[in-house]
Design a binder for this molecule. Structure first.
Ligand code: DQA
Length: 145
């Protein structure tokens, strides 16, 4: 069974309490449960991690990626400026899909730039938690190495 790493960056631990107009009302733990149960249906396993710290996210990616088959990441605001996270994703050599709950293209100008997306095979934005289900489907379509 392939393992998918589900990673959330800064402030996403507050989902459910954060600006619901942009991010919806679902708590992070519930998103993780939703993704895990859909993954199970697809024959995949999910490992989850959230941190408010760039280095902790990179450490976890380096530690877990050798035993994983794909990545779903919502890097939070790190999306817009973390070249270190971009490089860490590239270094995993795993297919990665970036997810944003909100429609980042319909918000402030600075949110339209993603420096991490070029390290990913797909980007889903503005579909709230359904975006993660789409990301799983994209990863599932990937040919096995
Ligand atoms: C976000 C969008 C980012 O711009 C923001 O900084 C977040 C959440 C999203 O899921 O829509 O923290 O990644």
């Amino acid at each position: 069974m392939g393992t998918i790493l589900l990673i959330h960056g800064p402030n996403l631990n507050l989902l459910g309490k954060r600006d619901s107009a942009h991010y919806g009302t679902t708590a992070l733990a519930d998103i993780e449960k939703l993704v895990s149960s859909e993954a199970k249906r697809l024959g995949l396993d999910v490992k989850t991690f959230q941190s408010n710290h760039e280095g902790a996210l990179i450490d976890w990616l380096q530690q877990e990626s050798p035993n994983a088959s794909g990545i779903i990441i919502n890097p939070g605001a790190l999306t817009h400026y973390s070249y270190a996270l971009h490089d860490a994703l590239v270094d995993t050599s795993l297919p990665c899909v970036e997810v944003h709950l909100s429609d980042v293209n319909a918000r402030e100008e600075w949110r339209r730039v993603s420096v991490t997306a070029p390290a990913c095979i797909g980007l889903v934005s503005g579909k709230k938690e359904q975006g993660y289900i789409e990301a799983l489907a994209i990863l599932k379509e990937q040919p096995k190495k």
